[in-house]
Structures are given as C-alpha cells and as structure tokens.
Design a protein around this ligand. Structure first.
Ligand code: PA5
Length: 426
C-alpha cells in the first residue's frame, strides 16, 4: 500500500545503532507506559473503537445528506485539520456532491467568518461542532454565530436536529450545552488528544457526511497497527522514517519539508505540520515541519531548495496512480512546441518532473530526500497513512525524550490574548 524508499536519503546501516532504543520505545507505546501515556488511546483505537458509534455516524450522515445542502464543520487544530486533509485528499479540490462541506471555527478572521455567514443565509445547512474542551475561543465564537443564524432561519426546535456535537463524553462546556439542548453527540475519547483524533468521530463524522467509507479508513488503520507494532527496524518502515528524522536532526538538519505533487494533498501537509510541530516542538528541540507542493512551488521555493540552504531535507509523498488523468492533445500548428508530448498523460509529465527534481535536489544539491510511495489514494490507504504518521511521530518524539501529547506552549498566546480581551481571571 505504501513504501518507504531511503536510497536518496541515507544508508540504512547508519540506523542500526538505534535498535535497542526502538525496542524499548515500541514497548512503551504499545503498552501505553511512555510519558503522556494517558493520551496513548489512539495506539489500539483501530481495534477497540465503538462499532455501534460508527453505525450511528453512518446513519446520521445519511440523514444529513438527505436533509441538508451544506454541512458546516466547526473546529480548530486537531478538531479540524484531519477531516479537511482527508476530504481534500480523497475528493479533490473541485468536486460535485449534493452535500457541500464548509469549514469554520478555525479563525477569528472577520472577513472569512462574515463571508461564510452570508453564504449560508437562506440555505439548508447543518452544523458539526467539534471541540474536546468545549472552550476553544475560535470555535466557540463561530458556533455561537452559526447557531444563532440557524435558529433565526429554522427556529429553535429544527435547529436542534441540525446540530451535531463531537466532544468529551461527560465534561466541558459543549457537553453541557449539548445535554441541555438535546443535540446528537459523538464522543472524542478522553485518552486521545486532538492531533491524534482523525480516526475518531472528530474526523470520521464529517467524512461520512461527505459520502466517504469510514469503515475502510479504520480498516486501513487496523492494518497499519498490526504492521507497525514491530520493533525490528529492518522490517518496520514507520520506525525507519522516525529514525531518519532523528538522524537528520542530529546531523545539522533543522527543517523537514513535506513535499507532494498533488494540490489536493496540501491539507495533509498542514495536518502533518501540526502533528509533528505540536508533538515535538518542546524544550528548544525539534525539526521545523514545512511543506511545499511541486511543481507549483518549484517556481517559488525551488531556487532556495536547490542553492539556498543546507538546513533542510525532504519527505516526498508521491501518489503514483491518480484518480483521474488528462491526455495532452495534438495541435496542428504546434506554436507552443508541445507536440512532442502529444498523447502523453499529465501524470506521466508529473512523474517525470518528480524524477528530475529528485535528481536535482538529492544528487546535485545534496538535499536528503525520503520517498513515501503511495500506490493509489483511497480511504483504506489514507487510514493507513494517518496511522503510519501518528506512530512515527510518537517514536520520533520519544527518541528526543519529549512527551508527544501535551502542548504547554500554546497556552501562552491564549493567556496574553485573554488578558487583553478582559476575560475574568486573566
Ligand atoms: O492537538 C490538539 O490538542 C489541539 O490542536 C486541539 O485539537 C485544538 O486546540 C482544539 O481543541 P479543542 O478540541 O479542545 O477545541
């Protein structure tokens, strides 16, 4: 399903000395004894998820698809990025569906928020509000606005049936509100943190509403769990990837650039940036996770990557077989001199660009390039891929002796902002 090729990055033998550490950390992950272990619930989630809840999500998704034209997904960070990444990676950027998915709650931008509210006016929309804590300000403000608009348009009673909340089973402001109003709710398990929650209702309910096969995603994750619970570094590509990151970090690299050749995967890069950035970015350690979409960004960042800095390495996620393809036509006049490509597909051209760029960066500029080759993007593969990265991230953070599951630094901007906004207690 996915393959890791390190030939353009480093000699695998350089990783041999990690074996003992990896065995120890793998045990800590699987047995949930590592630092932050009360957030290791995602490790065996593909085996122990609530089958009934998945059925309920699929039923509720049918209801949403039958009764509404738009679903507004309201969340931020780990309560937003996974669903958006999967939606775009699987459906593309321009798709036709009877249900449109719109994201809100991930910004204070007055322009964005007012545009979405204007767009929703007079339309049949449902809301999936997602927040583990129930107190995240961006999400709460957006939800208040959305709820008011919905209630104005359809009345309180009908609005209740159009609001779906994903939150903690018992605690938090959103749970209290949901219980009071009688919203249909889905549970974000307490032992799974936001950025590890894409395979819970946080990601799965919006994706089910988009008509995607969420059971196939969970099956892909299950297969990944079985495959990557293996401490043999010669067999386990997930840990090989984690080790390369650690090796690069200790050999003067400070930026990992996620590269795709597919704009519909840009949001997957955003999800990766949060996963690795928020999990590892502590104690003045960590690689900076950046991203680029080639060939588009070769016309902006290409020069810098080729000649500008020795600090980065690339992790290229290359999907070999696209869902759709386009053939380049013959043109009688050939003024654009493209007839040498007549009958060739765009994927052929894209893959040649990939090969040419790989050579330019890895051989001619000495930029190490890890290749993650994906045969075809579908629900099962993406479920596998999400799990691959979450497990690699836990290994990578534990190698740095960092707790991957907290984010103490994020609180500081909030504290300052609340003080400036005059919130009680700040
Ligand atoms: O990964 C995380 O924990 C964060 O990104 C959270 O998901 C994000 O801050 C949103 O939090 P909440 O779900 O409590 O609204």
């Amino acid at each position: 399903m996915i393959n890791l090729d390190l030939t353009h990055s480093l000699d695998l033998k350089k990783l041999d000395s990690y074996q003992e550490k990896v065995s120890k950390i793998n045990k800590m992950i699987e047995e949930k004894t590592g630092e932050g272990n009360d957030y290791l619930g995602w490790v065996d989630w593909p085996e122990r998820y609530d089958r009934n809840e998945v059925k309920e999500m699929i039923e509720a998704a049918h209801y949403v698809r039958e009764n509404f034209d738009i679903l507004v997904v309201c969340g931020i960070g780990g309560s937003y990025l996974g669903a958006r990444a999967a939606l775009e990676a699987l459906k593309g950027l321009k798709y036709n569906d009877s249900l449109e998915i719109v994201f809100m709650g991930q910004t204070f931008s007055p322009n964005y928020v007012s545009q979405v509210l204007d767009y929703l006016k007079g339309k049949r929309f449902a809301i999936n509000v997602i927040s583990k804590s129930g107190t995240t300000t961006e999400t709460s403000i957006s939800f208040r606005l959305l709820k008011q608009l919905l209630e104005q348009q359809v009345g309180k009673e009908k609005a209740r049936k159009a609001i779906f909340a994903t939150t903690d089973k018992e605690k938090g402001a959103l749970r209290t509100l949901s219980n009071k109003e009688g919203y249909k709710t889905f549970v974000l398990p307490r032992d799974i943190g936001g950025r590890y929650s894409v395979l819970t209702p946080v990601g799965l309910f919006p994706l089910a509403c988009a008509g995607l096969d969420i059971e196939a995603m969970l099956l892909g994750a299950h297969e990944a769990h079985v495959k990557y619970n293996n401490d043999n570094i010669h067999e386990n590509i997930c840990y090989q990837y984690a080790l390369v990151r650690d090796y690069m970090y200790h050999h003067n690299k400070s930026v990992e650039m996620y590269v795709t050749y597919e704009p519909s995967m840009n949001q997957l890069s955003e999800w990766l940036k949060q996963l690795f950035g928020e999990s590892e970015g502590k104690q003045k350690k960590a690689l900076y996770p950046g991203s680029a979409c080639f060939t588009t960004d070769l016309h902006s960042l290409g020069q810098l990557i080729q000649d500008g800095t020795p600090l980065l390495f690339e992790t290229i996620i290359n999907v070999l077989n696209p869902e759709k393809d386009v053939v380049i036509p013959y043109d009688e006049d050939n003024l654009d001199e493209l007839n040498y490509l007549k009958g060739r597909s765009l994927n052929f051209v894209n893959q040649k660009a990939f090969e040419g760029t790989l050579k330019a960066h890895s051989e001619e500029a000495n930029v190490p390039c890890n290749l993650l080759l994906v045969d075809r993007m579908d629900e099962k593969t993406l479920g596998h891929l999400f799990y691959f990265f979450m497990r690699a991230c836990a290994m990578s953070a534990y190698l740095l002796e960092i707790n991957p599951f907290n984010q103490p630094g994020v609180e500081i901007y909030k504290r300052n902002m609340f003080h400036l906004l005059g919130k009680k207690g700040y």
